[in-house]
Structure formats: structure tokens, C-alpha cells
Design a protein around this ligand. Structure first.
Ligand code: HSE
Length: 437
């Protein structure tokens, strides 16, 4: 039986998952692929830690060169992460004519266009299913299953750490810091958790799937990003009263000659299928012309779920090698000459529904002044709620709006913030409600 040799660079959490699947499920994979996938070499600076997997002698080495320079290895799996040496090794592998599998969303979001050009030029595969949504086959779904569809919109919970933190605060009243510490202990937070909680990890993933869905180059820098660190238990409690939950969403929408690309905390109604996606789970809803609405759901991080996606990519490449199919799929879903530089809509131009919370003096006329300013900027109020009474006289006034333009909202909130009767910076949370006015 033909053997296909695989080399692994980096054997941390996900790398270990890949090694376990390739070794423990070797017979199963052989039966499905029709060739033996041999994990020939694994390079990691740590060759001591027990990965719970029985490597043959000489497989685990500290020198990446033993993977990159081995002419027998046809598939290199980059599991180092980050944008430094990982990029260098991927380029080296491509130059040597090796196919590459990676889960490195930060690298793809930042340098994906360059890496894809290099892979195309060398005629090799660059596979990256595990870079978005862990085990959820979102890349395959966009590139293959939905190839006949025009995609209208995607809305995703794409960061397990943020979803875990928001779920713990919502369901158990946990403190932000303790929920984050738990996510770190579970191993799904990034090495630098600010990438998670400030929304950048989600933005990396949105940049990748927007490119695939809409036929644009990967564009990270124009994505509007807001994390979850400003979300208070008070706002989560108000959300619950209105049958909303707060989720960190990645939103990518086709707007004709532009796309929306934004990441921010968002209130969603209990009728939204993302409402019950809790803990560290991920999900993405896709709206497309043929399928209507659909959703993918599963673990977006972790050793085995992410390892599963990587092994799926390895097998795709192995099957291409076996059948001589070459690079069967365009790396970025569209043919290179069909990929456009589609501009991202500035966030000031989006229109959506809003939740506002004001800390206002509890005296006659304040509410009407605030409502008057909103009216002046064309913002229509859907409901108003005033809660309790604080000792210093400031009370939270919560308003939900009909659809409004973000630029108008910004102007109105700036004016309201300047009122003597308003003691704190107003809180704004966008609401995603496709069924609203
Ligand atoms: N830090 C990421 C998360 C890992 O929390 O979802 C998967 O990309």
C-alpha cells in the first residue's frame, strides 16, 4: 500500500491532537484513504513532555529542519502558531514543493494573501480548515458545499473563550476574571488572552471567511473590532429582561459593492439560533440564496476537535496526491483572477438596532431631553425602561431603538454625554435582529 509521509511542526495542544489521531486511528484512516498516512517526524523544542501518544523512536525531534528537508515528507503540518517562525517555516515548506496544513488564523488573517500567492506559484496546497471554528467545517462548507450559492450573510460565535466568559457571567453570575482564568485553564484561550477578549481572534476568523464567501482578498485591517471587556453584569441583566443575550459576534454581510465586516458584543433574541450556543462552543449561521438559513455548530477550539479539522485537511491533500488531482480547489474559493478588493463598509455607515443605557439624574425633563436629542438625529425609540433609584439620584435609563445609522447614533450619544444630568459615558450595544422593522 502506498505511504504518504507527514511532518508536524509544533506539538503543543493541537499538534498533540493531530499526532494522536494519525497514530491511534491509523488503520481507520488507511481504510478510508487507501494509503498509509505515516507521521514520519514531529519537531518541537520540547521533546520531553509525554503527549500520551506512542511515537516510534526518532519521530519526535527538536530540529524543524528534519521535517522541512526530508524529501519523503509531502505534507507539512504547521502547529506552531503566531506570525514569526511559523510564517518562515510555511514559506520554506512551500518553496520545497511540500503541501502545507495550518490552523494559524492570526497568520492567515495578516499574511494569508502572500502565503496563498506563494502556494499557488509553487503549485502546492495550503489548507486551513482548523483556522476557523475548530471542528466546524466552515471552510469546506463555503468552498465546496455551498459553491452554488450566493452568500448573503454570516453571523458567528467564533471565539470559545469569549463565549465561555459571557455564558458564565450570564448563567452563573461569575466574575469576568475568574471565567477567563477557567478558560485559560481549559486550554482554549490564546497564549495572549487579549487576542480573545478584545475581539481580535474573532476578527482573524472573520477576515478568512469573508474572503471565501464574497470573493475578496483577506482584509483584516478594515474590520471593526470591539471586545467584551466593557460588558457589565448590569447590561447582561437588562438584556435578559428583554429576552436577549449578549454574544461576541462576527458579522460579515454582502452589501452589493461593499461588505460589512464587524466584531462586537451583540444582543440577540431567544429566537436567534445562536442564542443557546453556550460554554466554549462555536456556531455560525449562513444565509444564502439556495439554502436559505443554515447553521454549523461545534467545538471551536481544543486538542481533539481542532486536531480533527487538521486531519481532515491532511486527508484531502492525500487524496489529491493519490488521484493526481493537483490543487483541485482554488485556495481562496474563487479563481485568482475573480478575487476582488471589495471595500469594507465603515462602521459609521451600518444600520442596526441599538440598546443604550444612560446614567441620568432622576428629575423632571431629563428623559425628554435625551429622547429629544435622539429624535433630532433621526433615531426612533422602540422602548424605554427606567430602573430603580440610586442614592446619588442617578438612575439607569435603558432604551431600545428601531433601526438607526451608526453615525447618527454616535453624534446623538456625544451630545447626550455632554448633558450635565448624565453622569457616565452612555453604553451602546448593537442588536442583531433581522426581523426588526
Ligand atoms: N482562543 C480561541 C478560542 C482558540 O477561544 O476560541 C480557537 O481559535
Amino acid at each position: 500500500m502506498k505511504q504518504i509521509h507527514v511532518g508536524l511542526l509544533g506539538c503543543g495542544t493541537v499538534g498533540t491532537g493531530v499526532a494522536r489521531l494519525l497514530i491511534n486511528n491509523r488503520d481507520l484512516l488507511r481504510a478510508r484513504v487507501g494509503a498509509d498516512l505515516n507521521l514520519k517526524r514531529v519537531a518541537d523544542i520540547d521533546t520531553e513532555t509525554d503527549r500520551g501518544v506512542a511515537f516510534d523512536p526518532g519521530v519526535l525531534v527538536s530540529d524543524a529542519g528534519q521535517v522541512l528537508n526530508d524529501p519523503e515528507i509531502q505534507i507539512v503540518v504547521e502547529m506552531i502558531g503566531g506570525e514569526g517562525i511559523a510564517k518562515e517555516f510555511i514559506h520554506q515548506a512551500i518553496q520545497k514543493g511540500k503541501h502545507v496544513v495550518t490552523a494559524n488564523k492570526a497568520l492567515l488573517a495578516g499574511k494569508g494573501n502572500e502565503l496563498i500567492r506563494a502556494a499557488r506559484k509553487a503549485g502546492v496546497e495550503l489548507a486551513y480548515e482548523a483556522s476557523v471554528g475548530g471542528c466546524m467545517p466552515i471552510i469546506k462548507t463555503l468552498r465546496e458545499s455551498l459553491v452554488g450559492n450566493r452568500i448573503h450573510a454570516m453571523t458567528g460565535i467564533l471565539n470559545g473563550t469569549c463565549n465561555y466568559i459571557l455564558t458564565k457571567i450570564t448563567d452563573e453570575g461569575s466574575a469576568f476574571e475568574s471565567a477567563l482564568a477557567e478558560a485559560q485553564a481549559e486550554g482554549f484561550a490564546e497564549a495572549d488572552p487579549t487576542l480573545d477578549v478584545e475581539g481580535y481572534d474573532t476578527a482573524h476568523k472573520l477576515a478568512i471567511i469573508n474572503a471565501l464567501a464574497y470573493g475578496m482578498e483577506i482584509n483584516l485591517s478594515d474590520i471593526y473590532v470591539e471586545g467584551i471587556t466593557g460588558i457589565t453584569p448590569e447590561d447582561i441583566d437588562f438584556a435578559r429582561e428583554f429576552r436577549y443575550k449578549v454574544k461576541l459576534l462576527a458579522i460579515g454581510k454582502d452589501k452589493g459593492d461593499r461588505v460589512e465586516a464587524r466584531v462586537h458584543p451583540t444582543m440577540i433574541r431567544d429566537s436567534n439560533p445562536l442564542f443557546n450556543v453556550g460554554e466554549n462552543l462555536n456556531a455560525v449561521t449562513i444565509s444564502a440564496d439556495a439554502v436559505g438559513e443554515m447553521m454549523l455548530y461545534g467545538y471551536g477550539a481544543g486538542m481533539m476537535p481542532t486536531g480533527s479539522a487538521v486531519v481532515g485537511d491532511i486527508v484531502d491533500i492525500a487524496r489529491n496526491i493519490l488521484t493526481g488531482a493537483g490543487s483541485r480547489l482554488p485556495l481562496l474559493s474563487y479563481q485568482p483572477d475573480a478575487i476582488r478588493k471589495i471595500p469594507v463598509m465603515p462602521v459609521e455607515e451600518i444600520e442596526t438596532n441599538y440598546y443604550f443605557r444612560f446614567a441620568a439624574a432622576d428629575r423632571p425633563g431629563v428623559l425628554s431631553t435625551i429622547a429629544g436629542i435622539l429624535g433630532k438625529f433621526g433615531i426612533s425609540i422602540a422602548s424605554v425602561h427606567q430602573k430603580g433609584r440610586k442614592i446619588d439620584g442617578a438612575v439607569p435609563i435603558v432604551m431600545l431603538t428601531h433601526r438607526a445609522r451608526e453615525a447618527d447614533v454616535n453624534k446623538a450619544l456625544a451630545e447626550i454625554n455632554g448633558l450635565e444630568a448624565v453622569s457616565e459615558t452612555p453604553v451602546l450595544i448593537r442588536i442583531e435582529d433581522e426581523n426588526s422593522d
